[in-house]
Design a protein around this ligand. Structure first.
Ligand SMILES: N[C@@H](CCC[C@H](N)C(=O)O)C(=O)O
Length: 286
């Protein structure tokens, strides 16, 4: 077993890619937490595990740094698509990937020195049904509902991109507010599977700014599924047009919404490092 890894980022949202066929250890919750730890491991916002599938060209599991599993990840999918292209698993520029949150189509749009640079992913449908997200809301859809926290209330808009999201519009984006209330919203009993949280400021009909608190990961510099969630809700509320730029602290993504709520995301990805997990680390994992 090679125990080979690749670490890449999409707008500063960084992932370690591992291939299940090439790792000689069990990826337990403890192992995930250790590998993602910035001091005791490699450090990352999560692990992307290439797994076998019969339903698509490639299979992907997405593991959060707290050891939990996510159904989907937008930046994760673009990073995984780059890995499949750059390490010659994919034989063409367009291919399908199965995630626990549904099947997606990925396309390598631009290359630099033979490596994928810009990747587009058809992320699937934005789903507004409260039961499907899931959110404990009595209404069929959870749009402009009030979430009561201990010290304040927020008007929330919920949507699933395969994984659950809670979008909050604001006039002032404040990192401290996101880091204070993000974890309280993520773990509020209103959201039975926890939730990803986006604070959003509308700049113009074609541009918004967002700050993210991710389920199982915390503060991240960007999030692809969050960007799709933000775009879907903002289009639904008539705040923006169907081609939207979502600006986050780590960079921007282009999001398109079609008439059936299919969300398409385009943006850059870069590799940071590749290598082999040391025997010393692996011995401590078992
Ligand atoms: N960074 C991701 C989202 C990763 C999954 C998320 N933490 C969850 O638990 O749903 C993205 O780019 O979409």
């Amino acid at each position: 077993m090679h125990n080979f890894f690749v670490k890449s980022h999409g707008l500063g949202n960084d992932y370690i890619v591992l291939n299940q066929d090439e790792i000689g250890f069990e990826l337990t919750e403890d192992a995930i937490r250790r590998i993602c730890d910035v001091h005791f491991g490699i450090g990352s916002d999560g692990i992307l595990l290439k797994v076998p599938t019969f339903h698509a060209n490639f299979g992907l599991r997405i593991l959060n740094p707290d050891g939990s599993e996510a159904e989907k990840s937008g930046n994760g999918l673009r990073i995984f698509a780059k890995y499949l292209h750059d390490y010659q698993f994919a034989k063409s520029r367009k291919f399908t990937i199965e995630t626990p949150g549904g099947l997606v189509q990925a396309e390598i749009i631009k290359e630099k020195n033979g490596k994928a640079k810009t990747v587009r992913v058809d992320m699937g449908k934005a789903i507004f049904s409260s039961t499907k997200i899931p959110v404990n809301c009595e209404k069929e859809e959870c749009i402009d509902e009030t979430l009561h926290l201990e010290y304040r209330d927020y008007p929330v808009n919920c949507v699933s991109m395969g994984n659950p999201h809670c979008v909050i519009f604001t006039e002032n984006l404040d990192e401290k507010e996101v880091k204070t209330f993000g974890p309280q919203i993520e773990t509020n009993p209103f959201f039975p599977n926890r939730i990803n949280v986006q604070f959003v400021k509308v700049i113009s009909p074609t541009e918004v700014e967002a700050m993210i608190w991710e389920r199982g990961a915390g503060w991240t510099l960007a999030s692809g599924s969050s960007s799709c969630a933000v775009a879907a809700v903002a289009v639904k509320k008539g705040l923006v047009q169907k081609c939207l730029t979502v600006k986050m602290p780590g960079g921007s993504l282009q999001i398109e919404t079609d008439e059936h709520w299919n969300m398409r995301m385009t943006g850059e990805v870069s590799e940071i490092a590749s290598g082999v997990l040391s025997r010393e680390l692996l011995a401590e994992l078992s």
